[in-house]
Write a protein that binds this ligand. Structure first.
Ligand code: NAD
Length: 382
């Protein structure tokens, strides 16, 4: 298949592009490089040193003989996107290319407006581009489990059957997101639902959980192919951030009581889920939703798992319960469906001590790169 991976220079996109290329697909990456600029804005960095996109794809070509074409540009610029689509004529468009940090979106008005403009306008352009140039192309769009929030009933995969005043219908599952970033994803989902309905576009919304891990078989092939790893208070996500904190002797920072429960998955499963979605496209006009996570953990539970492994590796680590910078429930019901990807063949890599240990040991090798001032959360929802 011809597959565009938008956001293919990022944490999920880069290993996905390599994996799809390894599986024999013809891959092109689109990325504006804005994530690298954000590192400069925040005076932060990837824990792992990352090569430029040009160096990365050149190394991949050298090692495998496979070409990955690259297009540097912004999805919010329709003239650019139109040219890429005309040139590539993709069978599938994998869309990772969004501002993906909740704290970044909550810094101030400017960052909230940027996040929603970048994400919502970018996706709207992709929908128009598909309609105009490649109406058969399957849009595989990354959403987030955070779109649902934490309702007091089980979370379904996208839709729920409701009986109301004696009548029944299957309706989009209610969304109660917890940041302007998560709201941007909800707005995207609505725009996609509508575009599928009116234009017959085929789309899959992957409501992804929190991704942990770093390397895949492909990124491990050479240091130039190494993936980025975020640890700071803005882009670092639970588990990866905890492991890095413990490796540098920092307290593990749990926000509030730590009872916040979320869906998680290994980066090795992210790449496989994209492949599964691509190989089993949604029908024409279908807006399909998969919940893309493999296990549920509370933040407190993860902190304890990391503390145990860190101790075994010789790092004494304390768990610190910080005042929660976010506005969210700290103890709540959480039970979410995630059977659709498994039914299509996903065999999850589950989290155990060995997985944490492997990430820990990689992290230790790069711990001198950590900018300690960036570790604590500095963005408040209030
Ligand atoms: P990332 O920031 O590492 O990568 C995103 C990439 O998209 C970056 O390389 C960035 O430069 C690019 N980009 C952003 N806006 C763009 C635009 N307008 N035009 C072109 N390129 C643009 O993020 P990630 O962690 O790889 O996340 C990828 C996707 O998966 C996001 O949509 C995110 O919301 C979703 N997701 C991620 C996680 C996670 O734990 N990382 C969890 C759930 C969902």
């Amino acid at each position: 298949m011809k597959i565009i991976v938008a956001g293919g220079d990022g944490f999920c996109g880069w290993p996905t592009a390599l994996y799809l290329s390894k599986q024999g697909h013809d891959v092109a990456i689109v990325d504006s490089m804005v994530r690298r600029e954000m590192d400069n804005e925040l005076h932060s960095n990837s824990l792992t040193p990352i090569a430029s996109l040009e160096e990365r794809v050149a190394k991949w070509k050298e090692l495998t003989g496979n070409d990955i074409r690259t297009y540097e540009g912004d999805l919010t610029h329709y003239d650019f996107l139109r040219e890429v689509l005309k040139q590539e004529m993709p069978d599938a468009f994998v869309h990772f290319a969004e501002q993906r940090s909740a704290p970044y979106s909550m810094i101030d008005r400017e960052h909230a407006v940027y996040t929603q403009t970048n994400n919502v306008a970018g996706t709207l352009n992709v929908l128009y581009g598909i309609k105009e140039f490649v109406p058969d192309c399957h849009l595989i769009k990354l959403g987030t489990m955070g779109e649902y929030g934490t309702p007091n009933i089980p979370i379904e995969e996208g839709y729920i059957e409701i009986e109301h005043k004696g009548r029944k219908d299957v309706l989009p599952y209610p969304k109660q997101p917890g940041s302007f970033y998560h709201l941007s994803k909800v707005h995207d989902s609505h725009n996609m639902t509508f575009a599928c309905k009116i234009w017959g576009i085929r789309a899959t919304d992957l409501n992804q959980g929190v991704v942990y891990g770093l390397e895949t078989d492909e990124t491990k092939m050479d240091p130039v192919l190494t993936n980025r790893l975020d640890y700071d208070g803005v882009f670092g996500t639970a588990l990866n951030r905890f492991i890095i904190q413990s490796a540098i002797g920092h307290d593990i920072t749990v926000y509030g009581k730590g009872g916040q429960t979320r869906g998680f998955l290994n980066i090795e499963d992210t790449v496989r889920c994209i492949e599964i979605a691509a190989e089993n496209p949604a029908d024409q006009g279908e807006f399909r939703v998969f919940n893309q996570f493999t296990e549920e953990f509370s933040v407190g539970e993860l902190a304890e798992k990391v503390q145990k492994v860190a101790q075994e590796e010789g790092c004494e680590t304390t768990i610190a319960n910080l005042d929660n910078p976010r506005v969210e429930l700290e103890a709540h019901f959480f039970q979410a469906e995630n059977t659709k990807l498994r039914d299509l063949g996903l065999e999850p890599h589950l989290l155990d001590d060995d997985v944490i240990r492997a990430i820990f040991r990689t992290v230790v090798r790069h711990k001198d790169r950590v900018i300690k001032d960036n570790v604590l959360p500095q963005v408040s929802w209030r």
